[in-house]
Design a protein around this ligand. Structure first.
Ligand code: ATP
Ligand code: MG
Length: 552
């Protein structure tokens, strides 16, 4: 179920349009360019667009804005669809592609030529830049601006036929070279590009610009509210100019909102691609990546992402959200849904002197959800506990196992440490302990209650597992502030433990299932690498925020 919608300016605007009858049925779209994997910022855009369609019983389309073939690929098209579905949204009808409207865009370009509203320009890129002027100076008309309609048509048709070299000519709208809005100074509609396109192959040697394509895509699809981020605000007059000067079947409206930025995170496909290309991470879906595929592989539940996107709100002012807020949404979700289990990350052997044989203890899969059932956990006289949970001596604050002191083994007995074995280098290699009789689910009869509870596994039935521990990928809250984001990469963002020990119930984990490893945190069975005989878990998140600074 989606979180309850809170009021925001988009919802208010759409409700007003429905009330006045200007909108009959709400149609939105999510329009990614397939030039990378989607990130957490896109999750926000997805939740805004699909969420509005859901709230107002309208349609939301998934449309690939594929006008830039060199940087796009089928891999990205595939991953984007998977991400949207995984977040729990369903687009209306078929997936749409801007490229399937190329013929229509071409005809509309000819229409503008015929209306004397577009011309073929011969300026080189450098000259065009010079003619464009600046924020303080008006631009100058291109010498090509007054070409006859016949000549423009002839040249544009020859551009389309592939007669000219890349960069030799462009098609431009004839608007106003003196406009204070640079986007209106005769913007480019078409460029010559000898690029193979993943959908249209070699059919087109010219490609429309984003500005010439986007609004017309919305118009063709009957989009009522074209929602985008604030950087397109200055493009809105151009968006409207096209809609008003072309014989479009429908007039969509562009509305902008502020991008979502989160601390310690990159939300730019270009910069994320750099991390992939330089091998800083293992791929776009590396669990350290803020991509939707990475967060998925990390074990973040889709409901937590949706919840976070709703919580951060939708506004028109740019800000950066503390990533701790996302992490807290993840913890909240997992605390209620993740089954509990035991995993010992750094095993230390414990030998119990006064216990023989083996028994099966039944432990609840979740302390507050009896419906999740019970699991069988074998117990014997040779166990493993975490090396951090034993000290030869310690002060009162240390509530774990200490020689001469007691601790409760989670879901099992109370034990008391008697002595430990140390190797020639001084490392503790085993602890000898005795079990206090009658302490299964009961306090010790002699009144000496243990202070702490520790997790454990039984040696004979534990399975060795690989555990990937993650830390933040960046050491600074705003890694993108610098030209070189690579200097902010945390060199210790990944630690691999390959001899952890897990209890038997974990070997049958389903890929992508998330567990709470008692006292350690949340861990997900890796969707690709987990095998029953060789389990691999990725750390999703710790049990509490250990990044003090953020929440303090
Ligand atoms: P990037 O800068 O990462 O390449 P983009 O805006 O170029 O992102 P698109 O594929 O064009 O990526 O984006 C698809 C949609 O997602 C657009 O409507 C865009 O406005 C929106 N979007 C992208 N980043 C964010 C963000 N950080 N917050 C909210 N919406 C975003
Ligand atoms: Mg873009």
């Amino acid at each position: 179920m989606s979180p309850t919608p809170r009021s925001n300016f988009l919802r208010t605007q759409i409700q007003a349009d429905l009330d006045t009858g200007q909108t009959i049925k709400v149609v939105t779209r999510f329009p990614p360019e397939p030039n990378g994997y989607l990130h957490i910022g896109h999750a926000k855009s997805i939740s805004v667009n699909f969420g509005l369609a859901e709230q107002f019983a309208g349609d939301c389309y998934l449309r690939f804005d594929d006008t830039n073939p060199e940087k796009e690929s089928q891999e990205f098209i595939h991953s984007i669809q998977e991400d949207v579905r995984w977040l729990g949204y369903r687009w209306s009808g078929e997936v749409r592609y801007a490229s399937s409207y190329f013929q229509q865009f071409y005809e509309w370009a000819i229409y503008l030529i015929d209306q004397q509203l577009a011309y073929v320009c011969d300026l080189s890129a450098d000259e065009a830049r010079e003619y464009r002027g600046s924020l303080t100076e008006p631009g100058r008309n291109s010498p090509s601006r007054d070409r006859s309609t016949e000549e423009n048509r002839d040249l544009f048709e020859r551009m389309r036929a592939g007669e000219f070299a890349e960069g030799a000519r462009v098609l431009r709208a004839k608007i106003d070279m003196a406009s204070p809005n640079i986007n209106l100074r005769d913007p480019i509609l078409y460029r010559i590009r000898r690029a193979h396109h993943h959908q249209t192959g070699d059919a087109w040697p010219i490609y429309p610009t984003y500005d010439f394509a986007h609004g017309q895509e919305d118009a063709i699809e009957g989009v009522t509210h074209s929602i985008c981020t604030l950087e397109f605000e200055d493009h809105r007059p151009l968006y409207e100019w096209f809609i008003n000067h072309l014989p479009v079947p429908h007039k969509p409206r562009q509305i902008e909102f502020a991008r979502l930025n989160t601390s310690y995170t990159l939300t730019s496909k270009r910069l994320l691609k750099q991390l992939v290309d330089t091998g800083v991470v293992a791929g776009w879906d590396d669990p350290r990546m803020p991509t939707i595929a990475g967060l998925r592989r990390r074990g973040y539940p889709p409901q937590a992402l949706r919840h976070f996107c709703e919580e951060v709100g939708t506004s028109r002012s740019d800000s950066t959200v503390d990533v701790a807020m996302l992490e807290s949404a993840v913890r909240h979700q997992l605390n209620s849904e993740a089954p509990r289990a035991m995993c010992v990350l750094r095993p230390l052997k414990v030998i119990i002197s006064n216990y023989q044989g083996e028994e099966h203890l039944w432990l609840p899969c979740h302390p507050n959800e009896p419906a999740m059932g019970m699991r069988s956990v074998p117990f014997s006289n040779t166990l493993y506990i975490d090396a951090d949970d034993f000290r030869e001596q310690a002060n009162k604050k240390y509530k774990r196992l200490v020689i001469g002191k007691r601790v409760r083994l989670r879901g099992a007995y109370v034990i008391e440490a008697e002595r430990c074995e140390v190797d020639p280098e001084g490392h503790i290699i085993a602890v000898h302990a005795r079990l206090i009789d009658g302490t299964l689910g009961e306090d010790p009869a002699d009144g000496f209650k243990p202070k702490g509870v520790i997790h454990w596994v039984s040696a004979a039935t534990a399975t060795s597992a690989t555990i990937r521990l993650y830390d933040r990928l960046f050491t600074t809250p705003n890694p993108a502030q610098d030209d070189d984001v690579l200097t902010h990469v945390n060199p210790r963002s990944l630690e691999i433990i390959d001899d952890a020990l897990i209890e038997p119930s974990l070997t049958s984990a389903m890929p992508e299932a998330v567990y709470q490893f008692e006292r350690e945190g949340y861990f997900v069975a890796d969707r690709y690498d987990f095998k029953e005989a060789a389990p691999v878990f990725n750390m999703t998140i710790g049990l509490r925020d250990t990044w003090g600074g953020d929440n303090a």
